[in-house]
Design a protein around this ligand. Structure first.
Ligand SMILES: Cc1cc2nc3c(=O)[nH]c(=O)nc-3n(C[C@H](O)[C@H](O)[C@H](O)COP(=O)(O)O)c2cc1C
Length: 161
């Protein structure tokens, strides 16, 4: 078995987009965390998954919720990503414009795309939980994605010639 530092270093070579996973806690307070462990699972029905660390402050709220949103961040939203990747901020939404959806989910304004999901399954795996969500509503806009690669924020350099 490889050590965690090596695992993190090697996995960093897989370039990804950046999402913020959001939900409301039992008192209706919006919460969320930055996550790149997001992928599509099934086309029919439309399923996606996200993996969330059990140590995340927002984990109990996500566990207790029946729904969550995936906000796919645009290139201009690095500061939002950094904020939602910082634990122990009392209200991560302070200064971050968002809209409450009809499903009661905090959607971050100007995100490149948004998916509103009903939780259909959870799988405990190691120190993370996999939340499988059925996509109930979705939105996609124009613009470039924020990219994360080898531990740094990055951007697409354009299509191959
Ligand atoms: C680019 C990036 C991707 C991340 N991806 C994940 C992820 O997929 N799952 C996860 O649990 N944490 C991920 N993290 C770490 C969390 O965002 C971080 O632990 C955060 O503090 C959790 O917030 P919370 O403790 O307030 O809930 C990522 C961080 C960054 C910067």
């Amino acid at each position: 078995m490889i050590p965690p530092e090596e695992f993190r270093r090697v996995l960093g070579h897989f370039a990804s987009g950046v999402t913020v996973i959001t939900a409301c806690d039992k008192d209706g307070r919006p919460t969320g965390l930055t996550a790149s462990a997001f992928t599509s699972v099934s086309l029919e029905p439309p399923l996606i998954l996200v993996c969330v660390d059990h140590k995340a402050q927002s984990y109990p709220a996500l566990s207790a919720s029946k729904v969550f949103a995936v906000n796919i961040l645009g290139l201009e939203q690095e500061a939002v990503s950094r904020r939602f990747a910082t634990t122990k901020i009392d209200n991560k939404f302070d200064g971050v414009p968002f809209t409450l959806s009809p499903l009661g989910l905090p959607l971050i304004d100007n995100a490149l795309a948004q998916l509103e999901c009903a939780i259909v399954n959870v799988h405990l795996e190691g120190d993370h939980t996999i939340f499988v969500g059925r996509v109930e509503r979705s939105y996609a806009g124009d613009g470039l994605p924020l990219v994360y690669y080898r531990g740094r924020y990055d951007r697409l350099s354009g299509p191959m010639p």
